[in-house]
Design a protein around this ligand. Structure first.
Ligand code: SF4
Length: 191
């Protein structure tokens, strides 16, 4: 289990980012913890395990301020695909909230793209079923961005682009030249 060293000031301050994008800051970890607990109660979010979640985030950002059960410095952890997709969704959700208009493709085109993703090895399950606050954030962002557009089945997170495919297949974005994308990928720029 990871623990934050008590006497070290984190380089980017005492902070925690909630799954809905809200950021909490305070003069120490205890203050951040209290804010997260109170916020989840007010917003009727699942209680979760705030201490563990704050610790994991802080240690992922700055492994040197943490140690594990054996007293070793915490290994550098990578953001999960779930976290990357949530961050990506949050960007579009915030843009929409600010009144920016997003461009979408037709329903038929979205279905054609989804069909390609379903057969693609980069289409990974996001494993959100066991985390109610993540489930709630994904549902809110997807609905907020797509409105009445259909959330197509069988598409999850793209391991190459780190995007949520339920939304990505509907968005009219420019094609990109990424050598890691398979030749059949609808997002790949044709040479
Ligand atoms: S690489 Fe392309 S086809 Fe494969 S899952 Fe990602 S977006 Fe879909």
């Amino acid at each position: 289990m990871l623990t934050i060293k008590p006497n070290l000031y984190p380089a980017d301050g005492y902070r925690f980012k909630e799954t809905d994008g809200t950021i909490f800051r305070g003069p120490n970890w205890n203050s951040v913890l209290k804010q997260v607990v109170a916020y989840r109660e007010r917003a009727k979010l699942p209680k979760g395990d705030p201490l563990r979640e704050i610790t994991e985030q802080a240690c992922a950002r700055q492994p040197a301020i943490c140690f594990d059960d054996q007293g070793r410095v915490a290994p550098k952890t990578q953001l999960s695909l779930k976290s990357k997709c949530l961050k990506w969704l949050n960007g579009f959700f915030q843009a929409k909230e600010k009144g920016e208009s997003l461009a979408f493709v037709s329903a038929g085109e979205a279905e054609k793209r989804a069909e390609i993703c379903r057969a693609c090895p980069a289409n990974h399950d996001l494993n959100i079923s066991g985390c109610s606050s993540c489930k709630q954030s994904f549902a809110e962002f997807r609905k907020g961005i797509l409105e009445s557009r259909v959330q197509l089945k069988g598409v999850h997170g793209c391991g190459v682009l780190a995007v949520d495919l339920k939304v990505a297949v509907h968005l009219d974005e420019i094609r990109i030249d990424n050598p890691n994308l398979p030749a059949v990928c609808w997002r790949k720029k044709a040479l």
